[in-house]
Write a new protein. Sequence first.
Length: 166
Amino acid sequence: MHADSLRARQPPASLALEKLNIPHRVFRHERPVESLEQAASDREQRPEQIVRSILFQIRPGEFVMVLMAGPAQVDWKKLRRFVGRSRIRMATEEEVPEVTGYRVGTVSPFGLKSPIRVLIDTSVLQEEEISTGSGIRDVAIILKSMDLSRALERAEIVSLTEPSHP
């Protein structure tokens, strides 16, 4: 595919949001994204506004996606307790595209290959405007956090953030 047509292609997450009539913007980075801080700076956001979509396997063949704000880390104990499983693990690089339809680094909670249980950490909703993966590398979706929760109406809102260490 020609590079220009690839750049102009509408990301799958944007198509999914359009179907739901959810207002959003597509942001295309001018340079490859190397870090959370750079992504935030390019998008004129703070790192806490970048939402990471993290996939966990809670039992063989069963996955859950956790949306976390910026550098916040998932508290494994809280997640295990919430899903009622003593053994969980992060999905492998091979499992992520199989389950979501997206490669690692492009994962979005919108336009997933098949329905997945989504947990939104409360940290995500503390920001008015956020950005998520779009399904295409170096392209983001920018939207209001209230629109994210409207688009993911079946998602559960839960506090899974590790307590911050002073």
